[in-house]
Design a binder for this molecule. Structure first.
Ligand code: SF4
Length: 280
């Protein structure tokens, strides 16, 4: 990841090194973190961080905080709606199948899911979050991490053993030409965030999460007699040690948010961003 401690070292005052870029911006004064964070910063209503906001912060702390401070917003591209629609459809279908106690062949055909079934929908869809014992607490404010799982599988424990869970996420891909590429780091981070949240809820989480990649093509239909969609699986290491860097980056993000809101200024911009250089 291209993110370094020094970029948001909270022990140092932030130096606004792209001041020229902001010369025409109206820099507002903020005296409360709640201006840019959801929640109230209390144990009961902690400020909320999400896997996607963490990703934006890691991509460029300056861009993320400039947007949140309403100094400027980098132009964004239209959000692709088709993958979201497919995810929604999958969730609806799986909700009905879970209610009927059915494990669809699409998933029972995946070796990693042998012995697993669809987990209770109370854990899939609703927003989940870290428990208070795992909140990040700084300068008297509490921060949590939230997430909404796409899919979750459960293997019921036998003989008094606890249940075990496997986290999964649906990904719609463009073509098989890119199937051999490793998962994007944003997807890896997303799975690790979910694992941290489920462990905080006291659940036993398998060290491997699954990205269920769907490639829309005729070859994705398997078995002429009993057709089913084939998902190609990427495994992501979500073991506690693999999640440690995510925890560290969350703590950095909290420090940077507090520092930026206190000063009204974002941390330094990236040196190699064409758009920021164009603006300057
Ligand atoms: S360097 Fe690029 S990504 Fe960072 S603040 Fe400037 S425009 Fe945003």
């Amino acid at each position: 990841m291209g993110f370094q401690w020094a970029e948001v070292d909270a022990t140092l005052p932030i130096i606004l090194d792209c001041e020229e870029s902001f010369r025409s911006a109206k820099i507002k004064k903020y005296d409360a973190h709640r201006v840019i964070m959801y929640g109230k910063g209390t144990v009961a209503k902690p400020y909320q961080l999400s896997p996607s906001s963490l990703g934006q912060f890691i991509e460029c702390p300056s861009c993320y905080l400039s947007k949140e401070l309403k100094l400027f917003k980098k132009p964004s591209s239209p959000f692709p709606q088709l993958p979201n629609g497919i995810d929604d459809t999958m969730r609806k279908v799986m909700k009905a199948l879970e209610a009927a106690g059915i494990m669809p062949i699409e998933f029972s055909a995946i070796p990693e899911l042998a012995g697993f079934g669809l987990a209770d929908r109370a854990l899939v869809g609703p927003t989940l979050r870290l428990q208070p014992a795992d909140h990040i607490v700084l300068t008297g404010s509490e921060f949590t991490l939230t997430g909404k799982l796409d899919e979750l599988f459960i293997k019921n424990g036998s003989g008094g053993a606890p249940d075990e869970y496997i986290i999964a996420d649906y990904k719609t891909k463009r073509s098989m030409n890119h199937a051999s590429k490793p998962p994007h780091e944003a997807y890896v981070r997303q799975m690790r965030c979910y694992a941290m949240i489920l462990r905080s809820l006291g659940l036993i989480v398998n060290d491997a999460a699954l990205l269920l990649n769907y490639y829309p093509s005729e070859s994705a239909i398997k078995d002429e007699v009993h057709p089913y969609l084939e998902f190609l699986v990427d495994k992501v290491d979500v073991s506690p040690s693999a999640c440690t860097p995510v925890q560290q980056n969350l703590e950095l993000m909290v420090k940077a948010v507090l520092q930026a809101t206190a000063s009204g200024s974002p941390p330094p911009k990236k040196a190699d961003c064409a758009w920021c250089n164009y603006r300057a």
